[in-house]
Design a protein around this ligand. Structure first.
Ligand code: HEC
Length: 170
């Protein structure tokens, strides 16, 4: 009986030491990764190349674009406090890089008419399906979440603009 208790006690102590070691390793790792900081400088682009500047959408639409899309699809990304903390910072930077790569509202004029047309179509679709803004982004940006009414308004704005541009380019 005593022997069994001793063995149990021994295993218990061993586990406690192991868990403590893992926790210490995780804390050390967390501290170390903080040295890998992200670059928060936004690229500079001329205002006349900016989507909102060019099309002058209604204030309501411009506001939606700024609060729900511009953080990742423009050169006006904002970096809140938690973007100082790795690995969240890496994820944010990755989204911004990837978002800008798809298209950048601040550099709208660098796209061909065909590409602009395609992106407007995609924008309407992504918004309608609730794919954009990215759901993971909304966890920390409740103000960027679009209501059903806003989704429809924005979707129709993209569709109408696309229509307008394709007829004016014919
Ligand atoms: C948190 C960053 C973020 C925000 C905010 C965001 N996007 Fe995106 N967007 C991305 C990323 C990353 C991709 C590429 C990967 C993907 O499709 O998931 C993307 C892709 C897209 C695409 C291309 C989709 C495809 O598959 O071809 C469209 C169109 C788009 N976004 C529109 C929008 C619109 C419109 C808004 C605002 C209502 C918006 N996005 C807000 C990050 C973002």
């Amino acid at each position: 009986m005593i022997a069994v208790s001793i063995v149990k006690f021994y295993i218990c102590v061993k586990y406690k030491i192991m868990i403590k070691k893992i926790l210490i390793a995780l804390v050390v790792l967390f501290v170390l990764i903080q040295f890998f900081r992200i670059d928060k400088t936004n690229p500079v682009s001329a205002i006349e190349n900016d989507f909102i500047e060019i099309y002058q959408p209604p204030v309501e639409i411009a506001a939606m674009l700024k609060t729900s899309c511009y953080d990742c699809h423009s050169n006006e990304s904002k970096y809140p406090w938690y973007t100082n903390i790795a690995p969240v910072s890496w994820l944010v930077k990755h989204h911004i890089n990837e978002g800008r790569e798809y298209f950048n509202f601040s550099e709208w004029t660098s796209l061909t008419t065909k590409k602009q047309n395609h992106i407007l179509e995609e924008c309407a679709e992504e918004v309608e399906e609730g794919e954009m803004p990215l759901p993971s982004y909304l966890i920390m940006h409740s103000e960027s979440k679009l209501t059903q009414d806003q989704i429809e308004t924005l979707e129709h704005y993209f569709i109408d603009l696309r229509e307008e541009l394709s007829t004016s380019n014919k």
